[in-house]
Write a protein that binds this ligand. Structure first.
Ligand SMILES: [Zn+2]
Length: 233
């Protein structure tokens, strides 16, 4: 067994170079995605603990949300941008799980998210998900689940395709298009439940708002929101 490991490891290293995703440094503990410097430099927001944080403010007057958080600040050319690129566009699901676990720890440490019943990943259009091969928010949910042990519903909320292109439409029509983009397939299952809707990057909150509005139409539901990162508009 030992011999096999010794023989294999240079090849594994060749195919999967052990470089930090944040800064490219090769001083990396095996199994880690980020070097210790990058882990220390991660731009955590601390929002999970704070009512009235900037993510919650996005939805004020738009959607009655119980609690909301983003784990990180998103900025260009940052460790987090590199991580999201590696995860979403290069398909590094293990990194996505790792990031989801960081979110899960923050949520678990906050008493503002203590009565969640289900995790729901913000659905993608089926075609987009097929092309990418996965829904990044589902992977984040799996990471959160590893920490919080909460059931994940992936089939209960669907995103509906609109045939007309969005670019030809005005702002209001575009919004109507987004608003009618979600369908709850089994509303009875969500009745009276507290849902944590999970997304990767929140910018304007329009998609979360549209999806959340459908969820809140169901009797007795409560809605909270968790995203990996918050980006300035
Ligand atoms: Zn690094």
């Amino acid at each position: 067994m030992k011999l096999t490991t010794t023989i294999l490891s240079p090849f594994v290293h060749f195919f999967y170079p052990h470089n930090c995703i944040g800064c490219g440094s090769d001083i990396l503990e095996s199994g880690n995605f980020l070097c210790l410097d990058c882990i220390n430099d991660l731009p955590h927001t601390g929002f999970a603990l704070h009512p009235g944080n900037p993510v919650e403010k996005i939805f004020w007057g738009r959607l009655p949300i119980t609690s909301a958080m983003s784990e990180f600040y998103f900025s260009k050319d940052s460790i987090i941008q590199n991580c999201i690129h590696e995860f979403k566009y290069r398909g590094n699901k293990k990194l996505g799980l790792y990031l989801g676990k960081i979110m899960g720890k923050s949520i678990l440490n906050s008493n503002r998210f203590s009565n969640i019943d289900y995790l729901i990943p913000l659905p993608l259009f089926t075609a987009k998900e097929s092309k990418r091969g996965f829904n990044q928010s589902s992977i984040l949910c799996s990471g959160i689940n590893e920490i919080m042990n909460l059931p994940i519903l992936t089939q209960n909320v669907k995103r509906i395709v609109h045939t007309e292109t969005q670019t030809k439409k005005g702002r209001i029509q575009r919004w109507e298009n987004v608003e009618k983009s979600f369908l709850i397939t089994e509303p009875a299952m969500l009745k009276g439940k507290h849902i944590l809707l999970v997304d990767d990057v929140i910018t304007t909150g329009a998609t979360i708002e549209a999806c959340g509005r459908e969820i809140l139409k169901i009797e007795g539901t409560k809605l909270s929101v968790a995203s990996l990162a918050i980006s300035k508009k």
